[in-house]
Design a protein. Structure first.
Length: 108
């Protein structure tokens, strides 16, 4: 078998030249810094996934109002009535308290 093929680097045998080229191109400090940054990124994403999964279901309801600012009192009243926290009479009283009165009736 020919130890020195006409096209070095192809086939099964990589000559000593291919290995030496790669040793001098990359800076070892840069390679370690890149490895450390990638490892830190993977660990941070993993920690965020674990925290999200361990958070439970109570967090989802709080997130609903976070981006809109303060919740609308009528929506809160409707949600409390729908969940059974208040009775129908309390709901109707709350609706009448929170909604503005209608336009005045013309005198006959």
């Amino acid at each position: 078998m020919n130890q020195y093929p006409p096209f070095p680097g192809r086939g099964f045998g990589y000559g000593p030249g291919a290995l030496q080229i790669h040793q001098h191109v990359a800076d070892p400090a840069l390679a370690w810094a890149t490895f450390a940054l990638v490892l830190l990124l993977v660990l941070a994403v993993g920690a965020m996934i674990v925290a999200r999964l361990a958070g439970g279901g109570g967090r989802r309801h709080r997130r609903q109002f976070r981006f809109r600012g303060a919740p609308d009192p009528l929506d809160v009243l409707r949600m409390r009535f729908a969940s059974g926290q208040i009775t129908r009479e309390e709901f109707l009283q709350g609706m009448s308290d929170l909604t503005p009165p209608g336009p005045p009736q013309p005198a006959a």
